[in-house]
Design a protein around this ligand. Structure first.
Ligand SMILES: Nc1ncnc2c1ncn2[C@@H]1O[C@H](COP(=O)(O)OP(=O)(O)OP(=O)(O)O)[C@@H](O)[C@H]1O
Ligand SMILES: [Mg+2]
Length: 234
């Protein structure tokens, strides 16, 4: 579905991604792990065309290089960015509806709103509330819900669990697993490698902009080197 072949990107002269090869198959949940500054967000931004990159970058067999960032959603790639980027003064419902702004299929949009509410019932309860009044975890639910309202085939999630209380974090990871089970492919950047490896099918570990390890999530979670260096476990 998504294929990166030796993709590189830089900010000015500083190289942020170096020759990354990565793929996501239909229906897969793939994690991108790694420490601060490893290049996780840059990778997701390159895929959603928020920044330019060099090398192979194809989605469903078509190159993304000539696709403008505002056209990427139309192809079925929805990006839930780092820091959520919500409209705090607007209601939960309005924020969710903004995720569907390009869609004209009203019945399908209404059905997708219902799916978001099933996934996160608290959002239906809080539908008319301003987003700024929600907790961090609830705001993250709005951000994921908004991305789902774009009807993605591939969902890009940037650190969905950062700064969120444990209980809500588990709820969010479980919802992510549900989204995957419903057939949406997911590429998820996450610093909580341990939790991410529990729900992912496969994972790539980035270090200084390149892929240091990759494999099945279950294998990486058992790998002694990975456990010591990236999971902080003996
Ligand atoms: N807008 C920018 N301008 C210049 N350099 C940047 C910019 N954004 C990121 N970088 C640099 O690119 C590298 C990769 O950053 P990136 O944000 O992709 O890392 P990350 O893995 O997402 O980190 P974090 O876990 O902190 O979110 C870092 O060295 C960072 O300082
Ligand atoms: Mg980041």
């Amino acid at each position: 579905m998504l294929e990166l072949d030796q993709l590189s990107a830089s900010y000015g002269k500083a190289m942020a991604l170096e020759s990354i090869s990565l793929r996501v198959m239909p229906g897969e949940l793939v994690a991108v792990l790694g420490p601060n500054g490893a290049g996780k967000s840059t990778l997701l931004k390159a895929i959603s065309r928020a920044i330019d990159a060099q090398g192979g970058l194809t989605f469903e067999g078509h190159s993304l290089h000539n696709v403008a960032t505002e056209k990427v959603v139309g192809l079925g790639i929805c990006h839930c960015p780092e820091g959520r980027r919500l409209f705090p003064e607007l209601s939960v419902l309005k924020n969710l509806q903004l995720g569907a702004y390009l869609r004209t299929d009203k019945a399908a949009v209404a059905a997708d709103l219902n799916k978001v509410y099933q996934l996160f019932p608290i959002l239906q309860e809080r539908g008319n509330q301003m987003v700024s009044t929600l907790s961090g975890g609830q705001q993250q639910m709005v951000a994921i819900g908004r991305a789902l309202m774009g009807a993605p085939k591939l969902l890009l999630l940037d650190e969905p669990s950062v700064g969120i209380a444990h209980r809500l974090k588990m709820e969010i990871f479980s919802a992510i697993r549900h989204i995957r089970d419903s057939g949406v492919a997911i590429l998820m950047a996450e610093q909580d490698a341990q939790s991410a490896l529990q729900i992912a099918d496969r994972a790539y570990i980035l270090e200084h902009g390149h892929v240091a390890h990759e494999g099945l999530a279950a294998d990486l979670a058992k790998d002694d080197h990975v456990r010591q260096i990236y999971l902080g476990l003996a």
